[in-house]
Design a protein around this ligand. Structure first.
Ligand code: GLY
Length: 370
């Protein structure tokens, strides 16, 4: 079964297709977008080994010519040198204004290729074929594209919506367990930010979903994409509601920075820890009951995920050091830290004036647990 979730953005509306076997039928899915039967694919070397052959066979079957560039795998790829390399390769491949570029990979490839498509000939269309859980439920949907610079992550980029997203549930079967669970951090985030029933469902079904149940994976990806599509349609450029998608992210960015964006802490792991901290801060502010942070932590623990700062291996800065890293977060407005807090599970909101000493104390206590 394949589901279609629409992202309603007027003339820039598009479909997110969710289901098993989508990669193998990608030619038929992409063909209606094409003005001539030809695409350029950008992927990474690890994904190319696993999935490029399935994609190119599907394009061949639909009579679509293709060429492909495989960049090195890993976060370090998402910078100026590979942006230049991919963009110049697309020019060499004679991609024209009305052509379509295909991004096959996880968040790094989707963000970088989307940005390249945004600036190539002042904007060409692109298709996202996300191959990680994190990319399927978050980064491939919503049009945020960009690269990292020495000054920070995602500080250079553009809003450029894809023309189609193909989220093939089957490809999740090739993910290492740790990467899958990292992506699951973003899935949990959707329940926590706006859908308590979905969180209830995850509490019941999360372990079987992680163990490989395809129907449960399908449901979790579809529900996550539905939530993201709704939020993006209402607030494409993050003037308000879209900021809720950053639940857990202010803490996460500080922890990622403190761990050097290394595999000591994967992004979704940081999001999960950040969500637990955001609920802890909410409880201390009297915004929600003690039950809420306890449930968040219990579920992450039941999934075998990192829950606390104490679960991050190696040394970390003290609470003041982490606060300083948070102050560099790009979402700082007029020097004030902005947090996504919650009145309960599924009830997140944007809090502009969270007292800094309270956040420092939440961090200090979490660090003391080490
Ligand atoms: N990943 C957050 C957003 O797309 O807004």
């Amino acid at each position: 079964m394949i589901d279609t979730v629409g992202v309603s953005l007027g003339a820039r509306s598009y479909a997110v297709r969710v289901g098993a076997g989508l990669l193998a039928r990608a030619g038929a899915e992409i063909a209606p977008l094409l003005r001539r039967p030809r695409v350029a694919i950008v992927t990474d070397e690890a994904v190319a080994r696993l999935h490029l052959g399935t994609l190119t066979a599907a394009l061949d079957a639909a009579g679509i010519a293709h060429c492909a560039l495989a960049l090195p795998a890993g976060e370090a790829t998402k910078g100026w040198p590979n942006l230049a390399r991919a963009t110049e390769w697309l020019l060499e491949a004679r991609v024209e204004r009305r052509d379509v570029v295909v991004a096959l990979g996880g968040g790094v490839i989707g963000d970088l290729v989307g940005f390249s498509a945004a600036i190539l000939r002042r904007g060409v269309r692109f298709v996202q074929v996300p191959t990680t859980l994190l990319a399927q439920v978050d980064s491939s949907v919503g049009g945020k594209t960009g690269i990292n610079t020495p000054q920070g992550k995602n500080l250079v980029g553009a809003f450029h919506q894809p023309s189609l997203v193909l989220a093939d549930i089957d490809v999740l079967g090739t993910l290492p367990a740790r990467d899958f669970l990292s992506g699951y951090g973003e899935v949990v985030k959707y329940g926590l930010l706006g859908d308590a029933e979905f969180f209830d469902w995850l509490e019941v079904n999360g372990p079987a979903l992680a163990a490989g149940d395809a129907a449960l994976r399908h449901h979790a990806v579809r529900r996550s994409v539905e939530m993201k599509a709704g939020i993006v349609a209402r607030d494409e450029t993050e003037e308000g509601e879209r900021a809720l998608l950053n639940l857990g992210h202010t803490f996460c960015h500080a922890l990622e920075s403190a761990t050097g964006y290394s595999d000591r802490l994967l992004h979704g792991e940081g999001v999960a820890i950040g969500c637990a901290l955001a609920f802890e801060a909410s409880q201390r502010l009297g915004l929600c009951s003690q039950e809420a942070p306890s449930r968040v932590r219990a579920h992450l623990r039941a999934m075998g995920m990192k829950v606390d700062i104490a679960d991050i291996p190696g040394d970390l800065p003290d609470a003041d050091g982490l606060m300083a890293l948070m102050a560099q977060d790009k979402k700082v407005v007029d020097g004030r830290l902005r947090f996504i807090l919650a009145h309960g599970i599924g009830q997140a909101f944007v809090a502009e004036d969270v007292p800094a000493p309270l956040v420092t104390e939440v961090l200090a206590q979490a660090l003391r647990g080490r």
